[in-house]
Design a protein around this ligand. Structure first.
Ligand code: PLP
Length: 400
């Protein structure tokens, strides 16, 4: 287990607002004045540290949040985007040119899968999909034109754990970048500490934790972030998916409670997983000893935040999954909704929702059962009673 403490890194941040406000001031401006014409040119050329030019390029509110995330991830720098997909697509397009190649985990969020499989064809960027737990197949998939190995720390929705230290070794050996989506496990796993070159987030999920906006982030070394925001050829600067500063400032406040929320999500998910597994439910949770990468997860996680709030239950058929989900919503266990990291429990049938972009034959091949329901376990105060309720619904539905 790693001794790194991302929560203290966030807690130590000291940002003050105008007039000594305890929160940094929100910069409600798209453009910024300069006292001297030469300074404007120097800022365009990227030579004016601390000066702001135009809010698509950088704005102070996004800079506060980017710096906070970089502290949490222990990277030199960060960049804030208007969605998780913007973070993923900008970072990949920054790394790859026409004719390049990516090796990726076949189990990823459906939108990422669709971008890799369907969209990158436009740029003649080739993608090989692999089982991320089979390290030998990753190395075998690397070609002379490979630029990136892409994975999620804990994959969506199958909850496979990526061996980031070993993937990093392979990446370094072949001089390719390792990019890791850490959306499921902020604070729990620190991919850059384990050797990832670029860490991306959908902040829509646990980091913000309120389901009131979509947002994303990229954490990496200073050079990569500078390249992304270069006015001449930076992908983020030129495609322009910048987050509104008002949202950014509210996410920064929510980031300061992330460690408490992650502990509670983890405690609740672990309790549910153990109870339901014992009752005979087909549950997948990285904190269960029967999970194939349980020991690996233990090895790479930071101390004190648990195994995370995500679990999956295989109800066998989509009809059964729908019936149980409806019953759970009626019983106020949570909401039948996509997304995750919310204070209420959210559940959805992955194959027909957030992974519906993955063709059926590939779903079968990777073991994504049509009845697999992904749970993002909420911050319930009385998880014992939630667990009893779910058990009863499973019994009545003939699942156990
Ligand atoms: N990465 C993961 C693991 C996700 O689950 C999602 C969304 O569900 C995304 C990225 C995309 O993020 P966003 O919806 O903020 O664009």
């Amino acid at each position: 287990m790693s001794k790194f403490d991302p929560a203290s890194k966030v807690q130590k941040l000291r940002h003050f607002g105008e007039f000594g406000g305890v929160n940094p001031s929100i910069t409600d401006s798209s453009t910024y004045t300069f006292l001297h014409g030469e300074d404007m040119f120097e800022t365009f050329a990227g030579h004016m540290e601390g000066c702001f030019l135009y809010s698509r390029h950088w704005n102070p509110s996004n800079k506060y949040l980017a710096d906070a995330l970089a502290a949490m991830e222990d990277t030199e720098a960060g960049w804030i985007t208007a969605s998780g997909m913007a973070a993923i697509t900008c970072a990949l397009l920054q790394l790859c040119n026409t004719g390049d190649h990516i090796v990726t985990s076949v189990t990823t969020y459906g939108g990422t899968f669709a971008f890799l499989k369907n969209y990158l064809k436009k740029f003649k960027i080739d993608v090989t999909f692999v089982n991320i737990t089979r390290l030998e197949s990753i190395e075998a998939a690397i070609q002379p034109n490979t630029k990136v190995i892409y994975t999620e720390s804990v994959t969506n929705p199958l909850l496979q754990v990526s061996d980031i230290p070993k993937l990093s070794k392979i990446a370094k050996k072949h001089d390719v970048k390792l990019m890791v989506d850490n959306t499921f496990t902020p604070m729990i796993i620190s991919p850059a500490r384990l050797g990832a070159d670029i860490v991306v987030y959908s902040m829509t999920k646990f980091i913000n934790g309120k389901n009131d906006c979509v947002a994303g982030a990229i954490c990496a070394d200073q050079q990569f972030i500078d390249d992304l925001s270069n006015v001449n050829d930076g992908t983020a600067m030129l495609l322009g998916p910048v987050l509104d500063p008002l949202r950014s400032s509210s996410i920064l406040k929510n980031l300061h409670t992330l460690h408490i929320r992650m502990k509670q999500h983890s405690n609740n998910a672990c309790y549910l997983a153990k109870k339901l597994f014992k009752a005979g439910v087909n549950v997948v949770y990285t904190g269960l000893e029967n999970h194939p990468q349980h020991e690996l997860h233990k090895k790479i996680m930071n101390q004190g935040f648990g195994f995370g709030g995500m679990l999956a239950i295989d109800f066998g058929t989509v009809e059964k999954a729908n019936q149980i989900m409806q019953k759970m919503q009626e019983s106020d266990i949570g909401y039948l909704a996509v997304s995750l990291g919310y204070f209420k429990t959210l559940f959805s049938c992955s194959g027909t929702s957030t992974s519906s972009e993955v063709p059926e034959d590939i779903q079968k091949q990777i073991g994504l059962s049509e009845g697999l329901v992904r749970f993002s376990v909420g911050l319930d105060n009385d998880i014992e009673s939630t667990s009893e309720q779910i058990k009863k619904i499973c019994e009545e539905g003939g699942v156990i």
